[in-house]
Design a protein around this ligand. Structure first.
Ligand SMILES: [Zn+2]
Length: 109
């Protein structure tokens, strides 16, 4: 991987570069990418198998978490498209439920 500060190529397993740059959270980019992939894989899976329910919320939350990590990496981590997927699929799934919640609340007033 490439150090964002000095553009040096350093081994994937290193947590910091020779120039003093610390990779986010003291973890190597490789580990962070695995975490992002894990979050997004689960998010996408849940958004599909459990649409319009808890899965949509879970997908959305995982998308948020993954996006935060990707942003912290200065764009070095991959997964923006999958983050987008989690937001859209999770968002749509929740929107389906939102009117029902409102109706449910008003019916009980
Ligand atoms: Zn460096």
């Amino acid at each position: 991987m490439k150090c964002p500060k000095c553009q040096m190529i350093v081994p994937d397993s290193t947590a910091s570069c020779g120039c003093g740059y610390q990779f986010p959270n003291g973890e190597s980019l490789h580990e962070l990418q695995i975490r992002v992939d894990h979050l997004l894989r689960r998010g996408i899976l849940f958004s599909i198998v459990w649409l319009a329910g808890f899965g949509s919320l879970y997908a959305f939350v995982n998308g948020l978490r993954a996006r935060k990590i990707i942003k912290g990496s200065n764009g070095l981590l991959k997964g923006n498209f999958r983050v987008w997927w989690c937001f859209v699929m999770g968002g749509v799934g929740m929107l389906v439920w939102f009117p029902l919640f409102i109706v449910g609340i008003f019916n009980n007033l």
